[in-house]
Design a protein around this ligand. Structure first.
Ligand code: HEM
Length: 467
């Protein structure tokens, strides 16, 4: 007989509220990992009226993620919260509708568009270099996370709207100011056992509502000018120059895609593409600061591939930045920024030894498996070499990639993976070609903070110029 929810173990709870009083949202992923040590790879949590099955087993994780959109879907509650914000796009669409959204989003983010868009990314890499070069001239320690966020904001906004954003050199960045209020609130609401905000609005709810209205207004303005551009320059229809134009062309071709869907997907790309990439870079730099020997290896690779240049000028050379990619992968194993994946079965489904009932809530915690000795040898060590294939195309040590899902898995895996890796390799190779990095904030003071994505608490670094 398969194991049902009732039979699962889990932390002891109180009457009515269950384990709710124990949850610390900002630290939830660490709590979930601690309970997996105590109660096993699959266990239960009761949060007031919500019953959650927590999954850290990689085989079960892979099967759930693979069986979408047929047998599993993203958690209904997530969709409800996102719809309230006006986001209806590829992240929260389901079934046939998701397939249509996904086709269009894949196209907008494919290699051809990435290549076409490369000069824009390089402009932002150059601005980042200038900023950091200035910091060295001034002998200043600084908050590098802010620069990384501005970099991904500029790249993602230009990609999404074709709007040449320059928050790296100019103050402002209205879109980002609004998004900063929206992200943490979405995470809070998804995790809230009772939707209080629907009955009573606190000051933070009102600030959130205002940010939502404003961002929707801004995106509508971008859509209107995108439509005007397509009328004025019909040749763009065969060669859209940004994600917005690709969506508008697709909407003309596929009747099922409405203006609301276009807006939803633009907001999705902004939400999915900025914090994820900048926080991963922030974790990478934090880890590099503790490993000067890895910095030297990155510097040597950058010297070889970039030659005399300060950053990578040729798009096609990015595939040669093998060590930089390995560093990014290893960072995502130990510090994945999206370690919580929320799904639910569309029907009663048996997976392995377990029965998951239709509509039950499944919370996948994805870091736990990647940190187990069973799947990765010396799993506690930060060792990029483990990602570099040696003779016979094998990695040098125990290396089971089924336990590594920082970009998700199956048909709904992250469509921005290639873009994110490209951005990370470009920033890392530029940084390490020209500078070495030192952490000024004591490393033990830097905490993991969960708020939609899992980011480092703020820290200061100092850069030194390489000879
Ligand atoms: C290091 C950077 C990133 C990480 C770690 C990351 C991680 C993820 C994860 C874990 C998912 C859920 C996958 C699943 O359910 O199986 C996802 C979905 C998604 N990501 Fe990313 N992501 C990153 C960057 C990006 C970028 C740059 C973009 C676009 C510009 C993007 C767009 C999306 C979209 C649209 C989805 C929803 C896909 C769907 O539901 O079909 N992501 N990402």
């Amino acid at each position: 007989m398969p194991i049902t929810f009732k039979e699962l173990k889990g932390p002891k709870g109180l009457p009515v509220i269950g384990n709710l009083h124990k949850i610390e949202l900002e630290n939830m992923h660490n709590q979930l990992e601690g309970w997996a040590d105590e109660y096993g790879k699959v266990y239960k949590l009761i949060l007031g009226p919500s019953k959650l099955t927590v999954i850290t087993d990689p085989d079960i994780t892979q099967e759930i993620l693979r069986e979408r959109p047929g047998k599993f879907r993203r958690m209904v509650k997530m969709d409800e919260v996102m719809e309230e914000v006006g986001v209806h796009g590829v992240f929260n669409a389901e079934g046939e509708e998701w397939k249509a959204h996904r086709r269009i989003v894949n196209k907008g983010l494919d290699v051809k568009h990435q290549q076409q868009f490369y000069p824009e990314i390089i402009t932002s890499v150059e601005r980042l270099f200038n900023k950091w070069n200035n910091m060295v001239d001034q002998d200043q320690s600084f908050d590098i996370q802010q620069d990384l966020l501005r970099f991904t904001v500029d790249v993602t906004t230009s990609l999404a709207f074709g709007y040449k954003m320059n928050t790296l050199e100019e103050e402002g960045g209205v879109i980002q100011e609004h998004l900063e209020k929206i992200f943490p609130m979405i995470f809070k609401r998804i995790n809230a056992p009772i939707p209080f905000w629907r009955y009573y609005k606190t000051k933070t709810d009102r600030i959130f509502d205002h940010a939502v209205v404003e961002i929707n207004k801004l995106v509508d303005e971008f859509i209107a000018s995108g439509k005007e551009r397509l009328i004025a320059q019909p040749e763009l229809k065969t060669k859209p120059s940004n994600f917005l134009e690709s969506l508008l062309v697709a909407a003309e071709e596929e009747d099922s895609l409405t203006d609301e869907d276009v807006r939803g997907n633009l907001l999705t790309i902004l939400m999915a593409g900025e914090d994820t990439t900048s926080h991963t870079l922030a974790w990478t730099i934090y880890l590099l600061a503790q490993h000067p020997e890895i910095q030297t290896k990155l510097h040597n690779e950058a010297n070889k591939i970039l030659g005399e240049k300060r950053w990578l000028e040729n798009y096609s050379d990015h595939t040669s930045l093998v060590y930089a990619e390995a560093v990014a992968m290893e960072t995502m194993r130990v510090k994945p920024v999206a370690p919580l994946l929320l799904n639910e079965p569309i029907e009663d489904v048996e997976v392995g030894d377990y029965l998951f009932k239709k509509g039950s809530r499944l919370l996948i915690e994805s870091r736990y498996a990647g940190m187990q000795e069973e799947y990765f040898t010396n799993s506690n060590q930060f060792n990029p070499e483990r990602w570099i294939k040696q003779e016979k195309g094998k990695c040098p040590m125990g290396h089971d990639t089924k336990a590594f899902v920082p970009f998700g898995s199956g048909p709904r895996f992250c469509p921005g993976k290639n873009l994110a890796l490209l951005e990370m390799k470009l920033v890392l190779s530029m940084l390490m070609k020209n500078f070495s990095v030192e952490l000024i904030t004591p490393k033990e003071d830097v905490r993991e903070v969960m708020a939609f994505t899992m980011m480092p608490s703020s820290y200061l670094v100092k850069l030194a110029r390489r000879k």
